[in-house]
Ligand binder design. Structure first.
Ligand code: GCU
Length: 326
């Protein structure tokens, strides 16, 4: 009998947190990402899902939809603004069309190096811009790493700035990136990420620009249709994880706290996967037949300088503050 009572006591103890949390609302959220399942950003979201599941005793569920299943970046951002999709991970470039200040990250060579990039993102400016997204109906949760972006082409290798002239380049759906291409004398063709592979293959465009993991076989394999990768490293556009303001306002303060916590906990997980993937991708694309071209980075940088005159007024103080971060 005493044994039974003890067992009942243990059972009551075990049940207590479950009954307690049964009073709180069950929450199921949907998250969109346009990269494949094993890509670091998607793995970051899966980590968030596990974290939330554990921290809420199974009450908060996050369903992750990779590979652009819920739409391209522009469309998932719009759906998030309407509360149709809860969480979205995208590049910050297209987000700049909805909340202009965050477009500052897409400017070429805005970050001196990786250290400067993280200092800005994790410091006051990075937080301010995440916060500012609320003006556009989104709540910024965290930034992920996306390394540096370089040009790649299918037929004409880019060895100098002059080689870019007159070629048709896909750009992200971002005015800043489009203007950057035009400053270089190339023709900018804004298009969704999902259309780039076939556009390279069919010759609709001559080139595109992205980081090595996206270009390589662990990303979307553009290397198969564009063999020349020129390491000019013109930008470091971050990835951002956001939640719909409509969803956010329905959550309890405790659940909001857990979601922020989960997103921040996923940052080092994504970053570690990212670091490992950059080198693996470089090796894999070379093995797959790509030529990695070293270029005079300073020449690319000075050729892109005019974009700062164009955007100086728009970003004004923000630009100066980013450049001043030591
Ligand atoms: C990166 C980013 C994608 C984005 C892509 C692009 O690869 O991870 O989310 O769509 O850039 O160039 O559009």
């Amino acid at each position: 009998m005493r044994g039974v009572i003890r067992l009942l006591g243990i059972a009551a103890l075990l049940l207590a947190p479950v009954c307690g949390s049964a009073l709180a609302q069950d929450v199921t959220l949907r998250a969109a990402d346009n990269q494949p399942q094993d890509y670091p950003t998607v793995q970051g979201l899966y980590f968030m899902a596990e974290y939330l599941e554990a921290a809420s005793g199974g009450r908060i569920k996050l369903e992750v939809f990779p590979g652009g299943q819920l739409g391209d970046e522009r469309s998932t951002i719009e759906q998030m603004q309407l509360g149709v999709i809860d969480i979205v991970r995208t590049s910050t470039s297209p987000v700049g069309e909805f909340y202009a200040p965050i477009g500052v990250y897409s400017l070429p060579y805005i970050f001196r190096d990786e250290g400067h990039y993280w200092k800005v993102l994790q410091g006051a400016i990075g937080k301010e811009l995440l916060e500012g997204l609320q003006e556009a109906g989104m709540v910024g949760l965290a930034y992920y790493d996306s390394g540096s972006r370089s040009f790649y082409t299918s037929k004409v290798p880019i060895r100098s700035v002059e080689d870019l002239k007159g070629l048709r380049f896909r750009t992200q759906q971002s005015q800043v990136v489009l203007d950057m291409m035009e400053v270089l004398g190339a023709e900018a063709v804004p298009m969704a990420f999902e259309e780039v592979y076939s556009s390279l293959q069919t010759g609709v465009i001559d080139g595109a620009e992205n980081n090595l993991p996206s270009y390589g076989p662990f990303g979307v394999s553009h290397f198969e249709v564009a063999r020349y990768y020129s390491l000019d490293s013109h930008s470091r556009v971050p990835e951002v994880v956001m939640i719909s303001k409509i969803t956010w306002d329905k959550l309890s303060p405790e659940d909001q706290r857990l979601i922020r916590e989960a997103a921040l906990a996923s940052v080092p997980v994504q970053a570690a996967l990212w670091d490992a993937l950059v080198e693996r991708s470089r090796e894999a694309v070379v093995e797959g037949g790509s030529e990695i071209i070293t270029v005079d980075v300073a020449a690319f940088q000075s050729a892109m300088e005019p974009i700062y005159e164009q955007y100086g007024d728009n970003y004004g103080e923000l630009l100066d503050r980013i450049l001043a971060v030591e």
